[in-house]
Write a protein that binds this ligand. Structure first.
Ligand SMILES: NC(=O)c1ccc[n+]([C@@H]2O[C@H](COP(=O)([O-])OP(=O)(O)OC[C@H]3O[C@@H](n4cnc5c(N)ncnc54)[C@H](OP(=O)(O)O)[C@@H]3O)[C@@H](O)[C@H]2O)c1
Length: 230
């Protein structure tokens, strides 16, 4: 039986030329304090936040809500202080003392390619689900999350994860902050990487709104044909 898919949205900051980091592929600050406050509000409205294994390895994001007011408001609404944090990918290289693994409730979705001993060690820090041989089946993953009460899932990159979710038709909206900088480089990660889409597979979007944050522009798009049930 099909279930209602959690509402899934991507939030990402990119340079004018569509790069989400430089050719060094390190963590870079692309947006402004004002934009990060907007991101904090999106986090506070979400039940869970997901990132890919490369982003965990490179950025080691805490993914917590920075504003005390927003955390208090969540508690008043009967929600945990912070959304659930979700990591996806092979766990073999995960550092158990990372910031990602040390704040709040954590769920990791991985595959049979991960080392079983590492999975057992990781289970002390996170709820680990093995959902697939080589790739995590994203539809099954969202069904699992829906069963845990996740209604709104925020995806915070990187480009490979964004592609995987878009390819499966699982994304409902995209927020992208365009910063007035140019990074260039064919090897710099972009908003959507992976194998890419052919012209007849390209994803059509509808612009829902724009917001000017001084030099930055925030664009909000709806994906026209996203799945509603999985
Ligand atoms: N500007 C921004 O807003 C922003 C936000 C986030 C990240 N970034 C940047 O983006 C870059 C990282 O992006 P990235 O594209 O290299 O990596 P990524 O999307 O963070 O992670 C990719 C990895 O996630 C795992 N994965 C994704 N889909 C999967 C699936 N269906 N099943 C199993 N595993 C899956 C795979 O891990 P395994 O290979 O281990 O299986 C894959 O290699 C960094 O430079 C980071 O700083 C920028």
């Amino acid at each position: 039986m099909k279930v209602r898919k959690p509402f899934v949205f991507i939030n990402c900051a990119m340079s004018l030329d569509g790069k989400i980091s430089t050719i060094e592929r390190k963590q870079v600050r692309i947006s402004s304090d004002e934009d990060l406050r907007r991101v904090d509000e999106l986090r506070a409205e979400s039940d869970a936040i997901l990132v890919g294994m490369n982003t965990i390895a490179i950025d080691d994001p805490k993914l917590t809500i920075k504003s005390e007011r927003l955390r208090r408001e969540r508690l008043k609404r009967g929600l945990p202080e912070n959304p659930i944090k979700i990591g996806i990918g092979n766990v073999n290289g995960m550092k158990l003392n990372s910031d990602f693994l040390n704040y709040g409730k954590i769920i990791v979705f991985t595959t049979e390619n991960s080392n079983p001993e590492k999975i057992e060690r990781l289970r002390k820090k996170a709820d680990v689900h093995v959902l697939g041989k080589d790739r995590v089946n994203l539809n099954k993953m969202l069904r699992t999350l829906a069963g845990m009460g996740v209604k709104k899932l925020m995806i915070e990159g990187g480009g490979t994860v964004n592609f995987e979710f878009l390819k499966e038709g699982l994304v409902d909206e995209i927020y992208v902050t365009v910063a007035p900088r140019i990074f260039g480089g064919v090897n710099a990660p972009t908003l959507v990487d992976g194998e890419g889409f052919k012209l007849n597979e390209a994803i059509d979007l509808k612009l829902l709104g724009t917001e000017n944050l001084h030099d930055l522009l925030v664009l909000r798009y709806e994906i026209k044909d996203s799945k509603k049930y999985i």
